[in-house]
Design a protein around this ligand. Structure first.
Ligand code: SF4
Ligand code: SF4
Length: 559
């Protein structure tokens, strides 16, 4: 360990740390543009200049290692003068178009201009003009005039994404960021450069000009796009999701997420094909009905069949809470012999950084809650055989488009009764007798267990008519922080969707069983007492960073 003094505070840090790292670990912020904790040091912006006693010149904190007895000043008159000079240089050719810049409100240059610049310009000459709207790739736009040449984006592509696609051309104040000849910025992680860019040079083609950042709420949740479960923020205005950005979690995704997870996972929430309320088939047509009618119809149908005549399909897209209650309901109420699952593995579509071949967020939850013994097609194949042999006459499907599987598509017409939880219209909803409108990951409380056995919270970022108000979700965050009310639906559609666990509890209650759960948290509490892998957990302990299940993690044995 090395002991040094920074701004009068004695710090003990590991040998080999740089001054900026040592300061940051101890809560001292040294302004910087080009430095990033997960990228190599470039040392080109000079914003992190600090004064080290007995050193003739100021040094850059990002590239200077600590040494025993070092005395550092991050706010001395020499440092402040140098910082102002750096800001003046950076702003000389900057277009200062904050009023129309997407980055305004979350821009390092803007923040530092307020904090560290002189507040006026001495530059009377013409600014250098460069291309303003460059399509670097399918998802990223470049405004070359705003670029301060920090090279964060270049280093990210080289060092993290492993795809060198960006570089600089020209010299001096004519330097321009560009792609290599014949290349596009199209790697699977390309949009992380937008988050990394400390100014508004790189913007999202999807989100550009849609909203100012201060108009949106940001909810801490988890991406449902694959088994990694990257931590992210969901950004919402008027009950409509406008963007998703990564949230730092060193145990899961560091600072990054993939473009697919960022762009694709929220589209179905406001899709035209969304199932917005419960539906019952009457005289061949699906008709909107109230929840009580839909639940009563399913409960009365389930009473008709003998116990082994009802089949159940669970989903790795469902939460641990949904799965726990489904397993309990299937055995206690329906008497189902086994629960089938649909694996979502796309062989080869994975990499060493984040992306997993399993495109569902909660396969480990299926195993840990005891819903499935294995994440494969075995139980599904058995289900097909039993439907074809007439042993199964009614099927209860949770969030799986089973009719997209050819063997099941052929078997489903043999059923007398098909009920499903669905979020959007699909091949199965066209066959179903009853459809429960299911809330999506961004509309509900709950937990997913990622491929490494880490239990992580999802939280509602947008509202449905059904709202679990008991925990730290949408209700408190939006009302407290933004003063908006639930009836301001804006462009987001009004959806009467419910989480699966609540519907299961409703059916069980009508069938005479006491399933008195009011919130996802109550279901989770019972899960932690019944399933050893989750013992001792609660929503607050899981917090925003998640918590690992106990080993052996995937025990399906209930106490
Ligand atoms: S585009 Fe942004 S991240 Fe890339 S070099 Fe310029 S300022 Fe830095
Ligand atoms: S790697 Fe998976 S979990 Fe992470 S952002 Fe992409 S799809 Fe989502």
């Amino acid at each position: 360990m090395v002991t040094l003094v920074v701004d009068g505070r004695s710090l003990e840090v590991q040998e080999g740390r740089t001054i900026i790292e040592a300061a940051r670990e101890n809560g001292i912020d040294i302004p910087h543009f080009c430095w990033h904790p997960k990228l190599t040091v470039a040392g080109n912006c000079r914003m992190c200049l600090v004064e080290v006693e007995r050193s003739p010149k100021l040094v850059i904190a990002c590239a200077t290692q600590v040494s025993p007895g070092m005395i550092v000043h991050t706010g001395s008159p020499r440092v402040l003068t140098a910082r102002k000079a750096v800001m003046e240089f950076l702003l000389i050719n900057h277009p200062l178009d904050c009023p129309i810049c997407d980055e305004a409100g979350e821009c390092k240059l803007q923040d530092y201009a307020y904090a560290h610049s002189v507040g006026y310009s001495r530059f009377d000459e013409d600014k250098v003009h460069k291309p303003k709207r460059v399509e670097l790739g399918p998802n990223v736009m470049l405004d070359t005039e705003r670029c301060i040449m920090c090279s964060r984006c270049v280093r990210f592509c080289d060092e993290i994404a492993g795809k060198p696609q960006l570089t600089f051309t020209e010299r001096g104040d004519h330097v321009e960021l560009t792609t290599f000849p014949g290349e596009k910025l199209d790697n699977p992680y390309a949009m992380n450069v937008i988050d990394l860019c400390p100014v508004g040079a790189l913007t999202s083609r999807d989100f550009r000009f849609h909203a100012r950042v201060w108009e949106m709420s940001a909810t801490e949740t988890v991406c449902p796009g694959c088994a990694r479960g990257c931590n992210m923020y969901v950004w919402v205005r008027n009950n409509e999701i406008l963007r998703q950005t990564p949230r730092y979690n060193p145990a899961v995704n560091d600072y990054w997420m993939c473009d697919h997870g960022r762009l694709s996972t929220f589209r179905p929430v406001n899709a035209e094909t969304r199932i917005k309320s419960p539906l019952i088939r009457k005289e061949g047509e699906l008709v909107e009905v109230g929840w009580d009618e839909a639940i009563a119809r399913v409960a009365s149908e389930f009473r008709v069949y003998r116990k082994n005549e009802i089949g159940v399909v669970a989903s790795a897209h469902a939460t641990n809470e949904d799965l726990y209650l489904l397993e309990k309901f299937s055995h206690e109420v329906l008497g189902a012999k086994s629960i089938a699952t649909v694996p979502h593995i796309v062989p080869g579509d994975e990499d060493a950084l984040l992306i997993r071949a399993d495109k569902a967020p909660n396969a480990q939850g299926l195993l840990a809650t005891g819903v499935a013994e294995a994440y494969n097609r075995a139980a599904l194949d058995l289900l097909v055989r039993r439907i074809n042999e007439g042993q199964i006459r009614a099927l209860y499907v949770v969030e799986e488009n089973v009719a997209a599987i050819p063997e099941l598509a052929a078997a489903l017409p043999r059923l007398d009764f098909l009920v499903m939880h669905a979020t959007t219209e699909n091949e199965t909803t066209r066959l179903a007798d009853v459809i429960f409108a299911s809330s999506m990951f961004a509309e509900r409380n709950g937990t997913f267990t990622n491929f490494e056995g880490r239990v992580q919270r999802i939280r509602p970022a947008v509202a449905t008519l059904d709202l679990d108000r008991s925990v730290d979700g949408f209700a408190m965050s939006r009302l407290d922080r933004f003063g908006t009310s639930f009836d301001r639906w804006g462009r987001g559609q009004k959806r009467d969707a419910r989480p699966t666990w609540r519907v299961i509890a409703g059916i069980a209650s009508v069938m005479g069983f006491k399933y008195k759960y009011q919130t996802a948290e109550e279901v989770f509490h019972e899960l932690t007492t019944a399933v050893p892998a989750f013992r001792g957990m609660d929503y607050r302990k899981i917090g925003t960073a998640g918590a690992p299940v106990h080993k052996p993690a995937m025990s399906s044995v209930r106490s």
